[in-house]
Design a protein around this ligand. Structure first.
Ligand SMILES: *[C@@H]1O[C@H](CO)[C@@H](O)[C@H](O)[C@H]1NC(C)=O
Ligand SMILES: *[C@@H]1O[C@H](CO)[C@@H](O)[C@H](O)[C@H]1NC(C)=O
Ligand SMILES: *[C@@H]1O[C@H](CO)[C@@H](O)[C@H](O)[C@H]1NC(C)=O
Ligand SMILES: *[C@@H]1O[C@H](CO)[C@@H](O)[C@H](O)[C@H]1NC(C)=O
Ligand SMILES: *[C@@H]1O[C@H](CO)[C@@H](O)[C@H](O)[C@H]1NC(C)=O
Ligand SMILES: *[C@@H]1O[C@H](CO)[C@@H](O)[C@H](O)[C@H]1NC(C)=O
Length: 528
């Protein structure tokens, strides 16, 4: 998943948390720092077959599912160190709903039966947890998860023995949830408010702006709900909101063609700033300009919106660190001033450019995407755990003295060493592999997956860790986000799995498109 602006703001305060990098030991074959420092823990090794690797990912998924089911079934997430439960997503069983489409593509029929039996029992019209509902998070995790489960179980994976009534309930429950949320769009412009009190159908007090990502990451799920139900309302609501992103105003908030600021006033539809990026808070709006076109290949306005942004990104944001000019990262911007900072979240960018090149027949976009994938790979292989950090910089003005040697080797320095089970680097390896079929990307995914397994595993699941550049990853934070099930497990599995209709670039076209939470949705238009 891509994240909301609140994460971005929090990151701004995070400062330099990284510990100094211990000197690399026997760095494996490549001689590059960090490589070879995470020996295979499962005995599969680098030479394991794709089938063995896919099975090892299924084993890890079942292990995590078992921990969640044993201690926290029906809650949003397991706290995998203390074995207590969290309800950060309104207590509707986020981990179960997020795990569904992964369990389906892995063909774990017992788990699929369990989840599809559970979903009809959830009351999506009320939040029993006294927190606001995030329109964005709820859309990408719950609505996306249920619709993908439906599309797979009525399509390419219809042979798991799931009852028709439980499959139908995936749609009726998505409708129930969307109906509980749709008052969000009841603003002067139709741009929704993100943070909602659904029990009394009111907005979070004082909230009058919404962010680029939280506005622009609804249209795929809500349009698909309309296309599945025949009720045009859901699609219309989100298309209206999206129209303010497709034609952004004022011009001062669009410093480069197609690249905008972040905050939009829902009363006027005007952007409030020119501070933007492909980082958290903005990220998945760019992702969805392309993916809505993949969903509906007649949507020329989305295609043009994405190519305008993509061309400006290549021209203006591609940035090469002074110590490693061979690497490419995407800079952020404030007006036309660049800011040399990026995030783990941003690493979906390689996959997005590769998908764009694939569907548009543009090798230049694929080549650029592969360069971004190389940069994100560097953020993994440079650290002692073999996992990349939450936030990093290549601004030499602010480079901390105790990271100078690290920066010289790696081309970035660590602003926040957290890893909270995010998927974006493996996600981009997945697109790189599917579209080039170069097994190097499978090897990179396998190294990353083994590193995550070795560093974040607990007795009952997987935890966030505080510092990817210290042996063992530093402190375990006791949180297993639901996207571990939806995304890390899915992309790690699918990169080794057999060809299938829901895979990217299946026989040269895309019959499904993955939402930002890695839930595969059946495309509506002619597959491209
Ligand atoms: C590196 O320097 C930063 C900033 O002074 C500090 O917060 C951090 O703890 C240092 N790391 C170590 C392990 O000394
Ligand atoms: C994950 O770790 C467990 C426990 O050490 C091990 O049994 C398993 O083989 C590992 N899996 C992978 C893919 O590294
Ligand atoms: C799913 O599994 C959980 C945990 O074992 C159990 O409590 C629940 O009743 C099961 N639900 C269904 C519908 O099978
Ligand atoms: C709606 O409920 C929330 C949470 O109880 C409360 O803070 C808010 O003031 C209520 N809003 C209205 C308009 O009643
Ligand atoms: C961005 O630029 C604006 C206007 O010049 C300024 O007020 C703001 O502080 C800047 N923000 C950042 C994060 O640099
Ligand atoms: C580097 O950091 C300095 C100090 O915060 C800031 O003024 C400058 O704009 C930054 N430059 C880039 C390219 O990020």
């Amino acid at each position: 998943m891509r994240q909301s602006i609140f994460i971005t703001l929090a990151l701004g305060l995070s400062g330099a948390l990284a510990l100094p990098q211990p000197e690399p030991g026997n760095g494996g074959g490549s001689g590059k720092p960090g490589s070879g420092k995470f020996p295979p823990s499962g005995g599969y090794g680098k030479g394991g077959s794709s089938q063995q690797r896919a099975q090892a990912v299924i084993d890890a998924f079942r292990f995590a599912w078992s921990g969640y089911s044993t201690f926290c079934f029906g809650h949003d997430e397991l706290h995998p160190v203390s074995n207590t439960c969290g309800d950060s997503r309104n207590g509707w069983g986020a981990s179960a709903v997020d795990a569904l489409s992964t369990a389906v593509v892995m063909r774990q029929a017992d788990i699929v039966k369990n989840i599809t039996g559970f979903i009809p029992t959830v009351d999506f019209t009320k939040s029993s947890i006294p927190i606001t509902v995030s329109l964005f998070e709820t859309t990408i995790r719950y609505i996306g998860g249920m619709l993908a489960g439906h599309d797979l179980l009525t399509g390419p994976v219809s042979d798991l023995g799931i009852s028709k009534s439980n499959i139908d309930a995936l749609i009726s429950q998505a409708v129930s949830l969307a109906d509980s949320l749709k008052f969000a769009f009841n603003t002067p412009t139709g741009i929704p408010i993100n943070d909602l009190w659904i029990n009394n159908q009111s907005f979070e007090a004082g909230e009058v702006t919404n962010g680029l990502a939280t506005i622009g990451t609804l249209v795929l799920e809500w349009q698909h709900l309309s296309d599945l139900t025949g009720n045009p309302e859901y699609g219309q609501l989100t298309q209206k909101a999206e129209s303010f992103l497709l034609n952004p105003k004022p011009a001062s908030s669009v410093p480069f063609p197609g690249l905008t600021g972040t905050n939009v006033d829902v009363r006027t539809g005007l952007f409030q700033d020119a501070l933007g990026s492909w980082n958290g808070g903005d990220d998945s709006a760019y992702e969805y300009y392309l993916k809505f076109f993949v969903y509906d290949s007649d949507a020329d306005n989305y295609r043009n919106r994405w190519t305008t942004a993509a061309d400006s990104t290549i021209k203006h944001l591609a940035s090469h660190p002074s110590s490693r000019p061979d690497l490419t990262f995407l800079a952020s911007f404030n007006g036309t001033d660049l800011i040399f900072e990026s995030q783990h979240l941003t690493c979906f960018d390689g996959g997005n450019f590769i998908l764009g090149g694939n569907v548009l027949g543009r090798q230049d976009y694929i080549d650029f995407g592969l360069m971004l994938v190389d940069g994100c790979h560097d953020t993994y292989e440079s650290d002692v755990t073999g996992i990349g950090p939450e936030a990093f910089s290549w601004n030499t003005t602010t480079l901390p003295a105790n990271q100078t040697a690290f920066y010289e080797r790696s081309g970035f320095w660590i602003q926040d060493g957290l890893y909270d089970l995010r998927p974006e680097v493996i996600e981009s390896y997945y697109y790189a592999y599917r579209i080039t079929r170069d097994s190097k990307y499978q090897d990179w995914a396998w190294e990353a997956f083994q590193a995550i397994n070795a560093t974040t595993r607990t007795n009952s699941g997987f935890s966030d860790v505080s510092n990817v550049n210290t042996p063992g990853g530093g402190q375990k934070g006791d949180l297993q986000e639901s996207f571990l099930f939806a995304e890390v497990m899915k992309y790690s599995y699918l990169i080794f799995a057999e060809d299938a209709e829901y895979q990217v670039d299946f026989h040269g076209e895309n019959q499904f498109v993955f939402n930002t939470e890695a839930h595969p949705l059946k495309v509506h238009g002619k597959p491209i």
